[in-house]
Unconditional design. Structure first.
Length: 244
């Protein structure tokens, strides 16, 4: 599998980075983990075809993690997409996506499309759900957003990718990351606790509990970006590509 951090930033563009958008390309499937509001720009700037994306797995329903979906759907409509788009996210995803589309482009949620958009709402206890060629699992974490936030694990072509989403430390992260080939994990600040977010020093204190083969930091504020040289764990950047 090829993993590309098309967007590795926080909600506010810290460091000039695009919002969360992790592009996975594996056997028979191109899949995004999260699709923040800037994702269409990120994909096109990096030469990644949005219409090649067959599925999107969403951790939680904040704009910097799912706000790009209306743009992805409408871009497909106007560019002649015909292949289905599969979306998986926490309970409430179907209604929130429709609301977001209506807020941004009134009438768009009910418009007849050239391609189907199929929404699956994931369980919060690690129950597997099929998403095209991939299998997705979600575990509830701690980050209020009007719907249960999830840490996700995607299995595709014999490779497992886990992502913390946004959350303060919770044991659910160890479940999502257990045995994963890659665990992308939020490090919002270096050592300053921020409620419902994970700081690097707290993560570092729990590294012994995380049984992933590889760990990469992401979703970093300006304060964390200024301290990357002090971190022992590698950090993602926009366009970073890993072959697993």
């Amino acid at each position: 599998m090829r993993v590309r951090f098309a967007g590795s930033g926080d909600a506010f563009g810290s460091g000039g980075r695009w919002q969360t958008c992790i592009h996975l390309s594996g056997p028979g499937q191109v899949l995004l983990v999260d699709c923040g509001a800037t994702s269409m720009v990120a994909l096109k700037a990096q030469g990644l075809d949005p219409n090649a994306v067959g599925a999107v797995a969403v951790t939680h329903l904040h704009g910097d993690h799912f706000g790009g979906l209306p743009f992805l759907i409408l871009d497909g409509q106007f560019s002649g997409r015909s292949a289905p788009l599969l979306v998986a996210g926490p309970p409430g995803t179907r209604a929130r996506l429709a609301e977001a589309m209506e807020a941004l482009f009134p009438g768009s949620s009910q418009a007849q499309r050239r391609f189907p958009v199929q929404v699956t709402e994931l369980g919060t206890d690690g129950q597997p759900s099929a998403l095209g060629a991939a299998t997705v699992r979600g575990w509830q974490v701690e980050h209020p957003c009007g719907a249960p936030p999830l840490a996700l694990r995607v299995d595709l072509g014999g490779v497992s990718i886990a992502y913390s989403g946004d959350t303060q430390w919770t044991a659910a992260l160890t479940q999502a990351a257990d045995g994963a080939d890659l665990f992308a994990v939020e490090a919002y600040t270096f050592d300053r606790p921020v409620r419902y977010h994970l700081d690097y020093q707290t993560l570092r204190a729990h590294l012994g509990q995380i049984r992933a083969r590889r760990i990469v930091l992401t979703h970093m504020s300006a304060a964390m970006l200024a301290r990357l040289a002090d971190a022992d764990v590698p950090a993602a950047y926009d366009g970073m590509t890993l072959d697993l």
